[in-house]
Design a protein around this ligand. Structure first.
Ligand code: FMN
Length: 198
């Protein structure tokens, strides 16, 4: 079988708890980023940005944003919970945040710009997995947090976090998860014509 098709058919995310934050060589990170930016983008508007969080910045952002915002939103949080928040990003070698930054355009709807940002996330994830790393695309609570968004350079009035891609070496190979049956999600138009409109 074609090796790319074979890879795509078997590709599986690796949960963050099964990642190890060992070093991620700069050339691998650059390859992953280059793949991430090579996505369909209607009108070539480049309506997104990728921010890499590596090294000491993982802990710094953990303290100044994750911990403090979690404590503000959850006044009853225990110290154990706050420690977890502070160290979230330290579980990966690199955390890549994709910010969807729609621009005003007379013909291209904002929805398509957000879809392009989703494609960036998927390409980053796929590239990391293809290089043999473990990786997961998550949003969690902090993707919807204005302080996190603005700290990473986004504008809370217009921009949205499409996701955080955690990348590290994998400590445990993932098991297969349930997949949809093709017949439940795919119908030929011929079939639809007989079914009639909803
Ligand atoms: C936009 C988006 C946000 C997600 N956010 C989370 C999350 O916050 N927490 C989580 O456990 N999984 C989240 N997931 C799901 C994980 O990425 C999960 O690992 C994935 O569905 C596994 O699929 P795969 O094995 O086909 O890659 C999210 C997925 C997407 C597409």
């Amino acid at each position: 079988m074609n090796p790319i098709i074979s890879f795509l058919k078997q590709r599986r995310s690796v949960m963050i708890r099964n990642l190890n934050p060992s070093a991620l060589p700069q050339n691998d990170l650059l390859s992953i980023l280059e793949c991430g930016t090579r996505v369909p983008d209607h009108g070539m508007l480049t309506p997104w940005q990728i921010i890499s969080i590596t090294g000491k910045h993982r802990g710094e952002l953990g303290a100044t944003c994750l911990r403090s915002e979690f404590a503000r939103i959850n006044p009853d949080a225990t110290n154990e919970m706050l420690e977890f928040e502070e160290n979230r990003f330290n579980r990966a070698s690199a955390v890549l945040c994709v910010i969807s930054k729609p621009v005003t355009h007379s013909k291209i709807p904002e929805w398509e710009m957000h879809l392009s940002a989703g494609a960036v996330c998927q390409n980053l994830l796929t590239a990391a997995l293809a290089l043999g790393y473990g990786a997961q695309w998550v949003t969690h609570w902090y993707s919807y947090n204005d302080k996190m968004l603005s700290t990473l350079g986004g504008n809370p009035d217009t921009d949205k976090i499409a996701g955080f891609i955690y990348i590290g070496s994998m400590t445990k190979k993932p098991n297969e998860r349930k997949r949809p049956n093709l017949s439940d999600v795919y119908l030929s138009f011929e079939h639809k014509k007989h079914e009639g409109p909803h």
